[in-house]
Ligand binder design. Structure first.
Ligand code: ADP
Ligand code: MG
Length: 740
């Protein structure tokens, strides 16, 4: 096949992409009113109330925080009801839907079809089948937790998230959110630790509210994840093996027009994309995902969607659904959605901002400053616990966002570095500093907690969201009545970041609750004691408080002076999970049950790092060898022949052309050298990988693999700007980003 053939395919794809029409509207066929459609494909509390005894609905409603056992009888009633509902809506199959440690979801479908005692066909789902499925699923990563002979895994119905109908063109499947555990009962998924962390935090937050004299029946963790992604035309996507395999471009010269004009951010949404988003939203609304916001992001072809916040467990399932529905529906529109953290060099990558807060059963946001002294003290107490969590467990929060794609983003000029710090904003910083300094000046013996303490300093002027949201560079920012954890990668599940954050806050709340209780037991006043505990803990977490530019080099130096860990790469961050104090923390709150489980989880994540990087490196090597080098050689041949023929024709050597040929020829030679070097590095990594030393392999990739790739890519990207366009075999950045 001649080299120019691929360029021809590229031109054809460009023609196809530029002539696309929007497919026939399928969205909103039944209604255009969101509030009418909302949740109609979920077995939600309204639906349950129509079909189940009130006591069952109450039990299920309380389940997210109570974690109370759901009896076989209740499960059976739910199973019969949900089967009837699903079959009436057109479902033929059901599946448990779970979240193994692959940062994605998994499912195995079964038909409702069965035979009764008389041998007649029926639709069947009973309590036992609802509660537990044995998908076998022996191929999911377990980090050695399961040996082959007992490799069976079980999925268990997660009654704290709604069942829903997954619809495709030819039918519907009842989808049952589930947990995934091993034969021995150890969790193998990311949802079980999340649920445990929600319950642990609920417990300590309730203790706190009891001490504060504001008892509540539960404390809910609320999350609203803002999801960023790229959208490109499918015809062009299919001509890029790197996007298909690695989710990112492993080479590609920058487009002269990128994001420098700031003309994409909040611009008018591209017609094809907005129609696709509207269909996505319509489907999500029926699935009870409260999608609210959509807008253009900074880079060309980059967008964001965000839902209204919900309980952390539901929010986690819904973020996965949002991603899945985007993937599914975009195909119908001949568009491809990219969730990779850095699909294109030189442009902003995609992250996920996790908005997080706590509320009481009475609906009071515990991170909302109020008007009264009591409300302000409560607010400061929970704020302080969150700050203390970031201070004491910053390394874990960094590890929570350690997914391989994020390394290309963090610390660049678009996402915070691997240093965990908190932005409080002008108003709140002043309050916090006044509290800490005021206490110092007046040399208050914190734990003496005199009743004469000046409570005036607790007065908090109302905090305007706009006041607090100006700094987009902080990994963890207070934004008026919630925290925004901004370091998440766009592809990752939000379950682990929430789990680690919840665990950290649980630990600091328990510590603070203990201190507060001790003071109260000594007969000190509630307000004086609260203030003492707040001041004491704020002082201890001062080092992570930073309102300046987190992207700057000065901050990196300053953070070093403050002894804050700076974890630049995924392997470095993952190493923190298995440090003894962190393992002890997870075990103490029952988030993970044993050392073996924690070690297994860490090793699965490390293995994923190695495997994903190897896919990138091998894709890069293959594209360089089989796409770029042949095109480069062909053009070299053409240039050389042109110089030869010109020399013959004009009777002397055309010096300028010859110089150009020389430079170009050298560059082509350099490509060959770098390609070979990359191949050698890949071989060395493979050898290390086979030796079974994961950490060593990961570190070798960080140190040598990435450089070998970067160096080879640099040459290829230069060549891309020199080679005849009619020979260039891959869709270029400008084509991927601007043709749709
Ligand atoms: P911005 O881009 O200005 O940060 P967005 O409107 O894009 O804001 O997203 C904000 C997200 O924060 C939404 O998902 C929203 O529901 C969520 N959110 C708002 N208040 C809270 C809260 N108290 N707790 C958790 N999430 C919240
Ligand atoms: Mg936003």
């Amino acid at each position: 096949m001649s080299t120019g053939f691929r360029a021809y395919a590229r031109y054809q794809a460009l023609a196809t992409a530029s002539q696309r029409s929007v497919p026939k509207n399928k969205a909103r066929q039944n209604s255009t009113v969101n509030s009418e459609l909302f949740g109609c494909h979920t077995f939600n509390y309204t639906q349950m109330a129509k079909m189940l005894p009130a006591s069952d609905v109450k039990l299920l409603k309380n389940h997210p925080v109570s974690g109370k056992v759901i009896t076989q009888e209740v499960a059976h009633r739910v199973a019969l009801a949900v089967k009837q509902w699903a079959v009436e809506k057109g479902a033929t199959h059901y599946t448990h839907w779970f979240q193994p440690q692959t940062e994605s979801t998994a499912e195995k479908h079964d038909a409702f079809l069965d035979f009764n005692d008389e041998g007649l066909p029926i639709e069947k789902l009973n309590g036992k089948l609802l509660i537990c499925q044995e998908p076998d699923a022996s191929s999911f990563p377990s980090g050695g937790q399961r040996t082959t002979f007992e490799a069976r895994g079980y999925t268990i119905w997660d009654a704290s998230s709604f069942m829903f109908l997954n619809e495709t063109k030819y039918g519907k499947t009842l989808t049952i959110p589930s947990l995934f555990i091993s034969y021995n009962g150890e969790p193998l998924d990311n949802k079980t630790p999340l649920l445990r962390s929600i319950r642990a935090l609920n417990k300590q937050a309730m203790v706190a509210l009891d001490l504060l004299g504001e008892p509540t029946s539960y404390v809910q963790v609320n999350c609203g994840p803002e999801q960023e992604f790229f959208v490109i035309d499918s015809a062009l996507y299919h001509l890029r093996p790197d996007l298909q395999l690695a989710g990112k471009t492993v080479l590609g010269a920058p487009s002269h027009k990128g994001q420098q004009l700031d003309d994409h951010y909040f611009g008018t949404i591209n017609t094809r994309v907005i129609n696709m988003m509207m269909e996505v939203e319509a489907e999500l609304i029926t699935l009870g995902v409260p999608v609210k916001t959509r807008h253009n992001e900074v880079a060309p072809s980059q967008y964001e969607m965000a839902p209204i916040y919900e309980g952390a467990n539901m929010a986690t399932d819904h973020n996965r659904l949002l991603m899945a529905v985007l993937k599914k529906v975009s195909r119908r529109h001949n568009l491809t959605v990219l969730f990779h953290e850095k699909p294109f060099n030189g442009l902003n990558g995609s992250g996920k901002h996790l908005n997080w807060s706590l509320s009481s059963s009475q609906g009071v946001n515990l991170l909302d400053p109020g008007d009264s002294l009591e409300e302000n003290l409560r607010f400061l107490y929970f704020l302080t616990a969150s700050l203390r969590a970031v201070h004491d467990h910053g390394d874990l929060l960094r590890a929570a966002v350690a997914v391989p794609g994020n390394d290309f983003r963090m610390g660049a000029n678009e996402a915070p570095p691997g240093i965990m710090s908190v932005f409080l904003g002008h108003t709140l910083s002043k309050v916090v500093n006044d509290l800490v300094d005021g206490a110092k000046e007046k040399s208050i013996n914190h734990f003496g907690a005199q009743d004469t303490i000046n409570l005036d300093i607790v007065k908090i002027p109302s905090i305007n969201k706009d006041n607090t949201d100006r700094n987009r560079t902080s990994p963890f920012a207070f934004t008026g009545n919630k925290f925004e954890f901004r370091a998440l990668g766009s592809s990752q599940s939000i379950s682990t970041p929430i789990t680690y954050l919840n665990t950290g806050v649980t630990a600091s709340l328990e510590k603070m609750n203990g201190e507060l209780k001790a003071l109260l037991d000594q007969g000190k006043s509630l307000q004086g004691s609260l203030l003492a505990v707040i001041v004491q803990n704020l002082s201890k977490s001062k080092a992570i408080h930073f309102d300046g530019d987190s992207y700057s080099d000065e901050w990196k130096k300053e953070a070093e002076n403050r002894n804050l860990p700076h974890l630049k790469t995924t392997p470095q961050a993952l190493a923190k999970i298995i440090e003894p104090n962190n393992m002890a923390l997870f075990k103490k709150y029952g988030i993970m049950g044993s050392d073996e489980e924690i070690l297994a989880r860490q090793s699965i994540a490390m293995e994923r790092y190695v495997m994903l990087r190897m896919i990138e490196l091998k894709s890069a090597h293959e594209l360089l060898t089989t796409y770029v080098f042949p095109a480069a050689s062909e053009y070299l041949k053409q240039l050389a022949s042109a110089v030869n023929k010109t020399t013959q024709a004009i009777g002397s050597v055309p010096n300028a052309q010859k110089d150009y040929l020389l430079r170009y020829s050298e560059l082509t030679g350099e490509l060959a050298t770098k390609m070979t070097a990359l191949a050698k590095t890949i071989e060395q990594i493979s050898e290390l990988e086979e030796s079974g030393n994961l950490v060593k392999t990961a570190n070798y990739i960080v140190e040598y693999g990435m450089t070998a790739h970067d160096e080879a890519r640099e040459v290829a990207d230069k060549l891309e700007t020199m080679i005849d366009d009619s020979l260039w075999p891959l869709p270029r950045y400008r084509e991927l980003l601007f043709v749709n």
